[in-house]
Design a protein around this ligand. Sequence first.
Ligand code: PLP
Length: 378
Amino acid sequence: MPALDIVLKARLEEAADKGLRRKPRAVVPLKAPLARVQGKELISFCSNDYLGLSQHPQVLEASAQALRDYGASACASRLVSGNHPLYAQIEEQLSSMKHTENACVFGSGYLANLGVISAVVDGADLILTDRLSHACMIDGAHLSGATLKRFKHHDMTHLRSLLDAHRSQYRYCLIMTETVFSMDGDRPPLNDLSKLAEQYDAWLMTDDAHGLGLFTDKNPAHIQMGTLSKAAASYGGYVCGSDELIECLFNFSRSLLFSTGLPPAVIAASVASLKLMKDQPELAQKALSNAALFCRLLDLPEAQSTIVPIILKSEELTLKVAAQLLEDGFFVSAIRPPTVPKDTSRLRFAFTALHTHQQIEKVVEGIKAHGWLEHSGD
Ligand SMILES: *Cc1c(COP(=O)(O)O)cnc(C)c1O
């Protein structure tokens, strides 16, 4: 048998041959949206801190105060060491924002998806999820043991045909989608999904990771999960829903029961961010209008959120363009499989309330100068 490291090295080389080997880059965050990469100051379009709250003085002060008051760690899981008062505060804020009876905060969005999906369905049940759903929804579905089928992106006709063909063979059915797709920036027909769910006796769940703080329209989903690590500029995941749902999570959700609670300073930062989100709706408007400006200047389809992909298809070209943009002073993520489907590698631009028009015009000039858009898939 070959040594472990030899097996692993071969796997890494195989990934490299396909242009898919990854390595985190050393990045020093400066005053957002700037960052220092390889000694060079760049304008970053990689941050999910859409409202620019992660460096906001009120968020920093709230977090520092909680650190001094309560210490650095939660010291055990929420059911073991008890529910910190900051949890009551953040869960009250979340359920009020989402118009649900109750809310529950998890260690991360990933843990929330693992925990809620596996708590509500099992091997007797069916999950139907949008084909482009985030990896942690898929992982949660696998963990639950339910049968998983994917419908074409936003395609209600396909979803209906899957429901017609399969719904009756299963006990419960869970339909899942994202409110804003993390790599495409587009949004699903939530009302149609909700109607289909009702018609076929299914439950609807949404992942609002990239929608929290940006969109406030009422969401008809029974289960609304999301994260505090994007626009809330802190860390942690959450699930909003009925009292029964939330109590079930505290009883049956293994990623909640068997993982340590969030550090108080992290929750305090989220509490402060959610308050700013509510008090300053102009931040969301600014972030969205920045994305809209970018699309207008490049003649791209209208932005539906703060996320704008430029699909270049090939891994190689995407890496080349990202490297050239880096050279020109812009930090943009090159997104490749398995994060996105094969042959849809892309640059993912994320816009925040802190980008200036001038910075956006500058990156647009950079893109236009090289003529890459001719290669784009759209
Ligand atoms: C980022 C993300 C998550 C995971 O949230 P974390 O808090 O970062 O673990 C879940 N779903 C979607 C759609 C995401 O983009």
